[in-house]
Design a protein around this ligand. Structure first.
Ligand SMILES: [Cu+2]
Length: 398
């Protein structure tokens, strides 16, 4: 039966108009009352059940958090700098994002930035890599101290530059008071052998052949891996494809993304890892090459018309990077560091945690071009650099 739009919605079909309208109303009201009664009853039952479920879920969450805290604090490393005690109650500390001393600007200016320029590749058939493992206090933002675990003397560890087909011979020397290891994503090796734990005071050497080009992560793989990466145990290795297979680049920079999860503000005393924040993936700082905003104070540089190549690796431990250069497009984007093909004119390219990407920009107009993760919470927490094209004076005002 078709009704026109103007027909009153109270109009009943012809055959039902024979029934006494009062009677119909009483019947309808009665039915409505019964239905309402049933609905209210069902709602009460559901509400009681949901309340109970919520309580159960809350109890389960608290128990799980307690287990995590117990597992963490029960571990032999609990008493060491680097593992905070803020997880003891299974509750994350408040956010310390943006904490800064009064002289933060002067500190940022005075600090030498992590060298972002891609170092020269090693000639010969073997690249010998020596990685010392240390526990040390690092600055991760102006005036913010952190109890870090490192390869070499900082986080990220040294950038390694190899060529396709070279053998990479890694020697780990553990100068720290606990076991660590290293896992190279560029390697095809049995991890139980090559990536094994190395005890304090011990050295261990293994080799692998660089069989694929790109930018790859290396990191400590000792349990809990989340804690070892979050504490600074990561770095990048760039493996060049065969000579002449990539378009020429005038400048090449390596950017490693990572997050920091702090159990205190790190202003007076060094902060240690907050494992609850790490599990919840709520960092206090997110950085390029381990220090918030360092290339804002000390920008990367290029001249107009130059091709700038970014080798970007996301160390995580957990967040991805949405790589973006404000004011231009990625002329070439070797997504997932598949060096056999690139995409053109990409606005933002994903670099997943534990992954890499290679991106070319060619900027003709002088200016200051921010290099960010377009997940903008990460920018607020420090993951921003500047590419200064053509010796542009001044700083960004936004
Ligand atoms: Cu480790």
């Amino acid at each position: 039966m078709a009704y026109s739009a103007s027909q009153p919605i109270t109009a009943l079909p012809h055959q039902q108009q024979q029934v006494d309208p009062h009677e119909t109303r009483h019947v309808l009201i009665g039915m409505l009352a019964v239905m309402l009664g049933v609905a209210v009853g069902v709602l009460i039952i559901v509400a009681v059940w949901m309340g109970d479920s919520a309580n159960t879920a809350q109890r389960q969450a608290q128990a799980a958090a307690g287990k995590v805290a117990a597992a963490t604090s029960g571990h032999s490393m609990a008493a060491m700098p680097g593992m905070g005690t803020s997880t003891a109650a299974g509750v994350a500390t408040p956010s310390f994002a943006g904490a800064a001393p009064a002289n933060a600007d002067a500190l940022a200016t005075a600090r030498k930035a992590f060298p972002a320029a891609l170092p020269a590749a090693t000639p010969g058939p073997v690249v010998a890599v020596k990685l010392g493992i240390n526990h040390e206090v690092l600055q991760i933002a102006p005036g913010i101290k952190y109890n870090a675990w490192t390869f070499g003397s900082g986080a990220p560890g040294p950038v390694i530059h190899a060529r396709l087909g070279q053998t990479v011979r890694v020697t780990l020397t553990n100068n720290s008071p606990m076991a660590h290891s290293v896992d190279f994503h560029a390697a095809r090796v049995a991890p139980n052998v090559a990536f094994r734990d190395v005890d304090p005071g011990q050295s261990f050497t293994f080799s692998f052949k660089a069989t694929a080009p790109g930018v790859f992560m290396y990191h400590c793989g000792t349990k809990p891996v989340l804690a070892h990466i979050a504490n600074g145990m990561y770095g990048a290795i760039v493996v060049d494809p065969p000579a002449g297979t990539l378009p020429a680049a005038d400048k090449q920079y390596v950017l490693v993304a990572s997050e920091w999860y702090l159990g205190s503000d790190g202003l007076k005393q060094p902060a240690s890892l907050d494992m609850v924040k790490a599990h919840q993936m709520t960092p206090d700082w997110v950085t390029w090459n381990g220090y918030a905003g360092q290339y804002v104070k000390h920008p990367l540089t290029a001249m107009p018309g130059e091709t700038v190549r970014f080798w970007v690796m996301d160390a995580g431990p957990s967040l991805n990077t949405a790589f973006h250069v404000v004011g231009t497009l990625l002329n070439r984007a070797w997504v997932n560091q598949d060096m056999t093909q690139y995409q053109r004119d990409v606005q933002t390219a994903l670099v997943p945690a534990g992954g890499g990407g290679v991106f070319d920009v060619k900027i003709d107009q002088p200016g200051l071009y921010p290099v960010v993760s377009h997940s903008f919470a990460s920018v607020d927490m420090g993951q921003v650099a500047l590419l200064n094209v053509g010796h542009t004076a001044g700083t960004m005002t936004h």
